[in-house]
Write a protein that binds this ligand. Structure first.
Ligand code: URA
Length: 444
């Protein structure tokens, strides 16, 4: 296999054959193809796209790069959720323990921060001691015991995605429907699921900002899932403003705990309940949507969901005392309030600007080798449409030093726009299944 020829072929609009994708991915995973060649090929895919046969071949090659979770003899239905990536999107941390507390198993494999978006693994690892590199055996045992494990790609499971994901994060090769679809579905199909719910983000902070493109991404992933025996449903949710208030790894863990306690920002909880209801329905664990929501609410109100999260943390080496004392989480050395520069209606809180600022503050990666600072980020208490008065505190910056504070305040100055028309897409706009697209348009 002559890799430069494959890159040129793809660059010039050609298609690689399934056996070429299989060999390429196997050799890349084995460390026999250098990152610089794979980066060039990924960029060619960003520009040229993949036909259905190529996409299927890439997904299957990535899936075949590792082992799969096997749950032979395990009775409980298994379901998972995956987001296409957002800012302030800590839904997984609230949702996984909630759904697991309703008697359904959630073997959840997530990713790290990608581009300007945050990642569940980085968030979880801000809990002192928390380990996301579980083996297959550990994962299965934990899912059987607690109903949920929250892990990352490892050399055993989805290793191709582990390497490609890290490479795409720092090479401007995230925004591509086939690359996102293959990344997500190769991980999820390795989990041995009975159903998968996708949270496909749309709006300026999403990888696919246009709703039509987000729907195309959803349909692509649903097609891959259904063709491989995994019933798959997607909700399109808003990412034209950050979800919830906290943006940044440790800050988001704190807000997730608040959500599991029954508090939590309204938008975060609405998206969480909607996805949770889809998960329970998909595997037949609820009679209807109302019953699903009732079960989820009861899991929170009874304290079972929070207790499940504490058990997950403990099982994965983390300090469960964080539930009672979020002060255990890494704390920013410098904190500063951002005040509204004028009175008026908030017209935008631009998530991409906030996400990029978190990376600049050290909360995300600029190179594959970067260590992140889990304490940095923002808490933004206003949403588009909210009235504010000049001088009113609307956000806080959490940084490592005074330079970081200056950078964070400047980012907020650009991201938070006051005056003009507030544009806000519906929080949950569409439901997409193999049968078609349903317009929901609910929530603000
Ligand atoms: N989530 C993933 O797992 N992969 C992507 O490419 C984007 C979001």
């Amino acid at each position: 296999m002559v890799i430069p020829s494959l890159i040129e072929h793809k660059r010039d609009g050609g298609a690689l054959r399934p056996e070429q994708w299989a060999e390429l991915i196997a050799r890349y995973t084995a460390g026999e193809v250098p990152d610089y060649q794979m980066s060039a090929l990924l960029m060619a895919v960003v520009w040229r796209g993949l036909g259905p046969e190529e996409l299927a071949a890439l997904t299957d090659a990535m899936l075949a790069s590792g082992d799969r979770l096997r749950f032979d003899g395990f009775e409980r239905p298994r379901v998972d959720k995956h987001s296409t990536g957002g800012v302030g999107d800590k839904v997984s941390l609230v949702l996984a323990p909630m759904v697991a507390s309703c008697g359904v198993a959630v073997p959840m494999m997530s990713g790290r921060g990608l581009g300007h978006t945050g990642g569940t693994l980085d968030k979880l690892e801000s809990i002192p001691g928390f380990r996301t590199g579980l083996s297959l055996r550990e994962t299965r045992a934990q899912v059987e015991r607690i109903g949920c494990a929250m892990l990352g790609q490892t050399p055993e499971i989805a290793p191709a995605d582990k390497r490609l994901y890290a490479l795409r994060d720092v090479t401007g090769t995230v925004e591509s429907i086939p690359l996102i679809a293959a990344s997500i579905m190769s991980k999820k199909l390795a989990e041995g699921l009975n159903g998968l719910v996708l949270d496909v983000k749309t709006g300026s902070g999403a990888f696919m900002p246009q709703p039509e493109r987000a729907i195309e991404l959803a349909r692509t992933m649903i097609g891959l899932g259904e063709a491989r025996g995994c019933p798959t449903v997607a909700l399109l949710t808003a990412m034209d403003r950050p979800l919830g208030r906290a943006c940044g790894n440790a800050l988001e863990v704190e807000e997730s705990i608040e959500g599991l306690r029954g508090g939590g920002p309204e938008d975060l909880m609405e998206v969480t309940y909607a996805l949770g209801a889809e998960m329970l329905l998909l595997v037949g664990a609820a009679a209807d949507r109302e019953d699903a929501r009732r079960q989820l609410r009861e899991a929170v109100d009874s304290g079972r969901a929070l207790e499940t999260f504490a058990r997950i943390i403990e099982a994965q080496g983390g300090n469960p005392a964080v539930i009672e004392d979020p002060g255990i989480l890494p704390q920013a050395r410098a904190v500063e309030v951002f005040r509204a520069p004028r009175s008026g209606i908030v017209s935008a809180v631009e998530p991409r600007r906030i996400g990029r600022a978190i990376v600049e503050l050290g909360g995300g990666r600029r190179t594959v080798e970067d260590e992140i600072d889990p304490a940095v980020g923002f808490v933004i208490t206003v949403k588009p449409g909210d009235p504010v008065r000049a001088g009113e505190p609307v956000a806080s910056v959490f940084a490592g030093d005074e330079n970081g504070i200056a950078l964070g305040l400047a980012a907020l100055g650009e991201a938070v726009t006051i005056g003009g028309e507030a544009r806000r897409t519906p929080l949950i706009s569409h439901r997409i299944t193999a049968a078609g697209v349903e317009i929901l348009g609910q929530g603000r």
